[in-house]
Design a protein around this ligand. Structure first.
Ligand code: DX5
Ligand code: ZN
Length: 227
């Protein structure tokens, strides 16, 4: 049984476990579990991006520790159609694939729908937002990368603000706009003012001594500057 994606209308802080302590992962995630509804899982294969992270087995064990959190799997892999079912079986509640990585995005979305989880599509900083036009109506969320995917702790790319604004115009009210990369209390107000409502943050949450307080600080920054 999977968790449902909440309906848009709030600002969600989605901590990325990429910056968490993998030797004490469940304990680290537990520190933010009461602050959040969505946990961001960065899956990397060393091909689509020059880094490796984890596979379905880690999702399975985390799922057991956090049955109520929405698990959002951000697949930075070349073969999303092959591996998506395994991530869903392990407990992912949403699958986000990269537009750049699949030959047939419509088929990928259909596959995710058949798996009965939320469907997201992501674009890298170099991909024009208009490339999403043919499929944008069919997804639950769009994930705009505001750094080159692959690593945490990079600087926010300022052109992401205008890209976010353009994407917001292309989306309906019942669709989420996620931004991922370099999100912290300084960049948050800029990106929420441009329409983002799901903020993925790795180092600004798990890289801080008090991750729960860090989530609250980002949420406060988002609230105080909303248009
Ligand atoms: C990068 C990942 C991000 C990463 C963000 O490829 O998709 O989710 O964890 O890390 P920060 O928030 O440190 O930029
Ligand atoms: Zn991510």
């Amino acid at each position: 049984m999977s968790n449902y994606l909440p309906k848009p209308g709030t600002i969600e802080i989605c901590p990325s476990i990429l910056s968490a302590d993998f030797a004490h992962l469940a304990d680290h995630v537990a520190q933010v579990a009461n602050e959040i509804r969505i946990l961001h899982l960065d899956v990397m294969d060393g091909h689509f991006v020059p880094n490796l992270t984890f596979g379905p087995v880690l999702v399975k064990w985390l799922r057991g520790c956090f049955p109520k959190l929405f698990f959002d799997a951000h697949l930075m892999i070349t073969d999303a159609p092959q591996y998506a079912p395994q991530f869903v079986k392990a407990g992912a509640d949403g699958i986000t694939f990269h537009l750049e990585a699949v030959n047939d995005p419509h088929a990928m979305i259909r596959q995710i729908r058949q798996l009965n989880v939320a469907a997201g599509v992501s674009i890298k900083p170099g991909t024009p937002v208009q490339a999403l036009s043919p499929i944008i109506a069919d997804v639950d969320m769009v994930l705009l990368m505001s750094v080159e995917p692959g690593f945490g702790g990079q600087g926010f790319l300022p052109q992401s603000i205008e890209r976010c604004r353009e994407l917001k115009k292309m989306l309906r009210k019942d669709q989420w706009l996620q931004v991922d990369g370099g999100i912290d209390p300084t960049t948050t107000p800029l990106i929420t003012a441009a329409g983002a409502d799901m903020l993925v943050a790795g180092s600004a949450v798990f890289g801080r001594p008090d991750p729960a307080a860090a989530c609250r600080t980002i949420r406060d920054a988002a609230r105080s500057y909303q248009p």
